[in-house]
Design a binder for this molecule. Structure first.
Ligand SMILES: *[C@@H]1O[C@H](CO)[C@@H](O)[C@H](O)[C@H]1NC(C)=O
Ligand SMILES: *[C@@H]1O[C@H](CO)[C@@H](O)[C@H](O)[C@H]1NC(C)=O
Ligand SMILES: *[C@@H]1O[C@H](CO)[C@@H](O)[C@H](O)[C@H]1NC(C)=O
Ligand SMILES: *[C@@H]1O[C@H](CO)[C@@H](O)[C@H](O)[C@H]1NC(C)=O
Length: 374
């Protein structure tokens, strides 16, 4: 989900597609509201002002210096917080996130990319909330169980933050058990909330750099997405596919910064003065060559992280002077399917958003049934 999605839906209003689009937004909003309410209820976060108006200044992330502070920071009443590792930082406010702040992995699989003698060709990293066992199990039964594709090793891992709420401890014990059973969970010590997804993404990159540097490509994929691993590997082994400085997915070339405080992805001028985000592939599923995680982490201290994770990666790419790449065909990625996909269409895509776990399971069953797909 991203501002560009909202824009594409708005653009479709009045057309044939209005209703599914509207329903999709409704479902997406409902899901995220449920998620946030369930997880930590950041709407009630007392730290953030509800609306910041345009004071006439045009501070800009590009002017952020290497200390990670914008000139504006000093004009806001910042609170100093201390995390469990004793690291102090300023309250980032509602639109930024606290990264990098020396988060630690409390659950790791350091040998995952070294099992056997062959590094994986492709690592699939799925950010998922600690309580979302249903999605993890669905992925384990579907695309996450694809470990060797066209002779290429594929590795799937889940990235979690810490559970919140009254049941946090109980939930954490379940997660520990699940980790012992499957050995595919990574967990770091930040609060797992919707607003903190950028932290999750950056920690995925950190993990890839430290634990999986020999892989060729990595994909960040949301847990509610159907993935055709065969087609993804075919796309990546194609000689035309760059091996470096390569990031692809459903690229939004002109995603507007939303200025209506009622918008889910609202950002005030104070945080982002430009009217458009730099180009970025939509967060539901993007692929990068394995040189990029390190490069992105290298420039990220210069760019204060916003809470919109995919747009933030676009800001880092721009700083690196790297442009995302359109996939060979845009129909390979579908974030807003208007109709449910059939077996024939599933055989032609890379990533398609699903509406619920049962749809992902049904898609997989349909797609893997023997016989010609079309
Ligand atoms: C904007 O903020 C300034 C200072 O924070 C305040 O004086 C002004 O009234 C606000 N303007 C609007 C339109 O809210
Ligand atoms: C960079 O950050 C330091 C520390 O906050 C500050 O003293 C300095 O003025 C900043 N430089 C610029 C150009 O903003
Ligand atoms: C994964 O696939 C193998 C066959 O390739 C199958 O035996 C196994 O049951 C599958 N695992 C799950 C969790 O579906
Ligand atoms: C994000 O994670 C940090 C570190 O755990 C936490 O202090 C902060 O409250 C979280 N932010 C939100 C909005 O949940």
């Amino acid at each position: 989900m991203s501002p560009a999605l909202m824009q594409s839906c708005t653009a479709l209003s009045g057309s044939l597609y209005r209703r599914p689009c509207f329903l999709f937004i409704l479902v997406a909003v409902a899901v995220s509201v449920t998620y946030t309410t369930f997880a930590l209820n950041w709407w009630n976060d007392p730290q953030g002002p509800s609306v910041i108006n345009h004071t006439g200044k045009t501070p800009d992330d590009d002017r952020t210096n290497h200390t990670g502070k914008t000139p504006d920071d000093d004009q806001v009443n910042t609170r100093v917080l201390t995390n469990r590792n004793g690291v102090q930082w300023e309250d980032p406010g509602r639109y930024h996130v606290a990264y990098p702040r020396g988060y630690k992995f409390v659950m790791d699989e350091p040998e995952k990319c070294r099992n056997g003698n062959q590094a994986p060709f492709l690592v699939l990293m799925a950010p998922v909330a600690p309580g979302n066992l249903a999605s993890r199990d669905a992925i384990r039964r579907t695309w996450g169980n694809e470990t060797l594709v066209q002779g290429k090793k594929v590795q799937t891992l889940f990235m979690l933050g810490l559970p919140g709420g009254p049941d946090a401890q109980k939930l954490q014990e379940k997660v520990n058990q699940e980790s012992r059973a499957h050995h595919d969970l990574l967990q770091s010590d930040f609060m797992d909330t919707y607003h903190n997804l950028t932290i999750k993404t950056m920690l995925i990159l950190e993990w890839l750099v430290s634990r999986c540097p020999e892989a060729s490509y990595a994909m960040k994929i949301d847990s509610d997405v159907f993935l055709n691993v065969q087609n993804l590997v075919s796309m990546l082994v194609n000689p035309d596919t760059p091996k470096q400085n390569y990031m692809t997915g459903l690229v939004w070339w002109h995603s507007p910064v939303l200025r209506n405080p009622d918008d889910k992805f609202f950002l005030p001028y104070e945080v982002m003065a430009e009217s458009e985000y730099p180009p970025y592939p939509l967060g539901f599923g993007y692929i990068m060559s394995m040189d990029l995680p390190k490069k992105i982490l290298g420039v990220s201290p210069q760019i204060k992280p916003i809470y919109i994770e995919d747009a933030y990666l676009g800001m880092c790419l721009k700083r690196l002077g790297i442009s995302p790449t359109d996939p060979p065909s845009k129909s390979l990625f579908d974030v807003n399917p208007i109709y449910s996909y059939g077996r024939c269409k599933l055989s032609t895509v890379v990533a398609v958003m699903t509406t619920r776990v049962s749809q992902l399971l049904r898609y997989w069953q349909d797609y893997t049934r023997p016989g010609p797909p079309c």
